[in-house]
Design a protein around this ligand. Structure first.
Ligand SMILES: [Zn+2]
Length: 463
């Protein structure tokens, strides 16, 4: 073995339950998992990590994120959803340059890495820039989705004006991305029409065809909320799910993000047609005041992952927080404490996320032959102690509900140590934070006038 983790508690997500192995050992050869079992049966490794006092499990999978927005953390919240994008975010976003976006993405990915995320589904325009400047240099796995958006303004009817030529440009970039990375181990490219109100039907038809031709997935915000519903109903006289069904877009190629604004029959249509779904509880709770229908789709037999979405909301890119919020918000919404039990939630952020992103054959569980994306979590801290194995594994619940994510000690991606004993091996964390602080401060200053002129409700809050 090249690398081994010994004397640890493994959560493998194999077999019955969560596949917990007490006094477990895990061996890595190259970039693959080569041994999973009892520590005593694991012999010989060039480098050995003492995993005692730790849980060792697959790296977390953030199934939907726009990490570049991390530079605007805390910048748009406590306001009506209808204002959030145009009067909250955009006045600042319009002042972001390319370097700001990269700095924001580095900041967001850094937070995710520190809290155990090893795969991010990055949904962004010009996503190749993040692949080349953030994910590949950091050694972090990404599902890279090129955002396609044709909005150029708002017409007299209050409808978004759409420009086909922008969509075509975006599609060319998406096609090139898919072509370049289709055989990559670290980058899984996909198509990302932003939402039904922000692209034309013609573009969607093209995306559908290209995705099938290239065996890639389509990621799309679907039925997010009031803003989208009003736009879509005014333009087409129907609701998002029905229109997409009629277009033949509800199928196993589609990863539908959000799906809040769906009736029960529409949820059924999504699941029956093999659509995978991503819920983003922190982001959506804050910007829409909604609890994502994670439980609803799971209980119908749907495939569901969890994502952090965006930081300005204010969310962030900490998947432990997402797991907790997914469970807690659902229990409160349904007035039912049995909803989304801890074991199920842990799966959403690992093997469930992998299935949702179509990479379950590669990552998401500890299994011989899978790629070695692994984290260890130090359980010997006040908020996670005690850990017991009898009469049941209490640490499954403490991981979801008591961890801050900062207890993640080691992060291994594709067989390589990215973080060792809480310190990044190659990434210069201090520099990234310093750069983001300077750029963030400057950006808020540059956008201040536009933000005040937009006159969103936050302008009057004045804290
Ligand atoms: Zn999103």
């Amino acid at each position: 073995m090249d690398l081994a983790i010994v004397d640890t508690t493994l959560i493998t997500f194999q077999g019955e339950g969560l596949g917990v192995i007490e006094k477990g050992g895990l061996g890595i050869m190259g970039n693959e998992i080569a041994f999973v079992g009892k520590s005593d049966d694991l012999r010989g490794a060039d480098e050995v990590i003492d995993g005692s006092g730790c849980v060792t499990m697959p790296g977390l999978i953030d199934s939907h994120a726009h990490t570049w927005l991390a530079l605007l953390k805390g910048g748009a919240q406590d306001m009506p959803e209808i204002q959030w994008m145009k009067k909250g975010l955009e006045p600042f976003v319009n002042h972001m340059n390319k370097k700001d976006r990269i700095a924001g993405s580095k900041l967001g990915v850094l937070e995710g890495l520190r809290t155990g995320t090893t795969t991010f589904c990055e949904f962004s325009p010009e996503v190749k820039g993040y692949v080349e400047n953030v994910y590949l240099p950091f050694g972090v796995r990404t599902v890279a989705v090129e955002t396609l958006n044709e909005v150029v303004g708002v017409d007299a009817r209050g409808l978004y004006e759409l420009d086909r030529s922008i969509g075509e440009e975006g599609l060319k970039k998406a096609d090139a991305l898919v072509d370049e990375y289709k055989r990559s181990e670290m980058v899984y490219p996909g198509y990302g029409p932003q939402a039904l109100d922000m692209v034309t039907i013609e573009l969607l038809e093209e995306v559908k065809e290209n995705a099938w031709d290239s065996k890639s997935d389509i990621h799309m915000h679907v039925a997010q909320g009031e803003r989208e519903r009003l736009q879509v109903e005014k333009r087409y006289g129907a609701r998002t799910v029905k229109i997409m069904y009629d277009m033949g877009m509800l199928d196993e190629k589609l990863v539908a993000v959000h799906c809040h604004d769906t009736e029960i029959e529409e949820k059924g249509m999504l699941v029956e047609n093999g659509v995978r779904m991503v819920g983003c509880p922190s982001s959506i709770g804050m910007i829409d005041g909604i609890v994502p229908p994670i439980h609803d789709l799971l209980s119908m037999g749907g495939e569901v992952g969890v994502g952090t979405d965006q930081a300005p909301g204010p969310g962030g890119h900490n998947m432990f927080k997402e797991m907790r919020n997914a469970a807690l918000l659902t229990k409160i919404r349904d007035k039912d404490p049995t909803r989304l039990p801890s074991g199920d939630v842990l799966k959403l952020a690992t093997i469930g996320g992998a299935r949702t992103l179509g990479i379950q054959h590669l990552v998401g569980s500890l299994e011989v032959g899978k790629l070695a994306d692994i984290i260890t979590i130090d359980m010997l801290c006040a908020n996670l102690t005690p850990s017991v194995f009898e009469p049941f594994h209490n640490f499954v619940a403490t991981l979801v509900h008591s961890s801050t994510g900062k207890e993640v000690r080691d992060v291994i991606i594709n067989g390589k140590e990215v973080m060792r004993k809480g310190e990044f091996v190659k990434i210069d964390e201090g520099h990234i934070i310093k750069d983001a602080q300077g750029r963030g401060k400057d950006l808020f200053k540059r956008g201040a006038k536009d933000w005040k002129d937009a006159d969103g409700s936050l302008v009057k809050t004045n804290f």
